[in-house]
Design a protein around this ligand. Sequence first.
Ligand SMILES: NC(=O)c1ccc[n+]([C@@H]2O[C@H](COP(=O)([O-])OP(=O)(O)OC[C@H]3O[C@@H](n4cnc5c(N)ncnc54)[C@H](OP(=O)(O)O)[C@@H]3O)[C@@H](O)[C@H]2O)c1
Length: 238
Amino acid sequence: MMPKRVFITGAAKRIGADLVYRLSRDGYDIVLHYGVSQSEAQGIQKTLEAQGRSCVLVQGDLTNSEDVHNLVQAVRAVGPLNLMIHNASLFVPDTLATVTWQGLQDHLAVNAMAPLMLMQGLWEQTDHIVTILDAHTHLHHQDFLSYTLGKHLLERLTVDLAPVLSPKTRINGIALGPTLKGVRESEGHFQAVVDQSNLKKATSVDDVYAALMALHQSPAITGEIINMDGGYATQMRL
Ligand SMILES: NC(=O)c1ccc[n+]([C@@H]2O[C@H](COP(=O)([O-])OP(=O)(O)OC[C@H]3O[C@@H](n4cnc5c(N)ncnc54)[C@H](OP(=O)(O)O)[C@@H]3O)[C@@H](O)[C@H]2O)c1
C-alpha cells in the first residue's frame, strides 16, 4: 500500500506541531516545513523517527520567492502528497496608522503569496489542500490589518481555486477561533476573546484535527470553509 503523505507549513511549533503528531500517529509520512525553528523541527523529526515514523524536514523563508521556489522543488522530490496544509502564518499587529510597505509585503507573502506559489508548484501531485484561516478576520480587525488582509486573500483563494483545481485536487479551509494564546497575548485577553463567542469555548487542536479529517475523508467537498470558532461566525451573520 502507498504510504499516506502530508506536507504542512510552519509546523515546528504550536498548532502545526500538534497536527504533525496526530497525522503521524494516524499513519501519515510527514514533510514538515519550518522557517527559523530548526531545533524544534529537528526535535519532532527525532521523536517521530524513534517511533519508526517518517519525517522529512524542509526549510524556507516564506517571504523569499527563491526560498519558496526551492521549497517546491524539495517537496516535489519527496513524491506525491495526499494532503498539503497551509498552516504557516505571520501575525504581527499593525494598524492604519502604523502599517508599513515592508510589513504589509511580509504578511501578504507568508499568509497568501507563498501558499499560492506552493499550490501552483505542487497541486498536480496533491489530492487535497487545506488552508488554515482565521474566523476573527471577519471581525474587521483594525489592530492586525496586514495579517487580516493576507488571511482574506488566502480565504478567497480557497474558494476561487476550487473549480480550477478540480477534478484532480480538492481545496478546503478551516477558520479557527481562539485556539492557542498568541505569543504577545495575555491569558486574560485570550480568555476575554473566548468569552465573546457563543459557546464560550476555545478551539482545541483536537477540534481542528477532527475538522481536518472530516474534510479530508469527504471526497465530495471542495471550496468549503468550516468555521471552527465557538460561534463567532454566526454573530457576524446577524
Ligand atoms: N493560535 C490561534 O489561536 C489561531 C487562531 C486563529 C487562526 N490561527 C491560524 O492557525 C495557524 C497556526 O497558528 P499558530 O498560532 O500555531 O501559528 P504561529 O505560531 O503564529 O505561526 C506558525 C509558524 O509560521 C511560520 N512562519 C511565520 N513566518 C514565516 C516565514 N517568513 N517563513 C517561514 N515560516 C514562517 C513560523 O515558523 P518558524 O518558527 O519555523 O519560522 C511559525 O512557527 C495559523 O495559520 C494561524 O493564522 C491560529
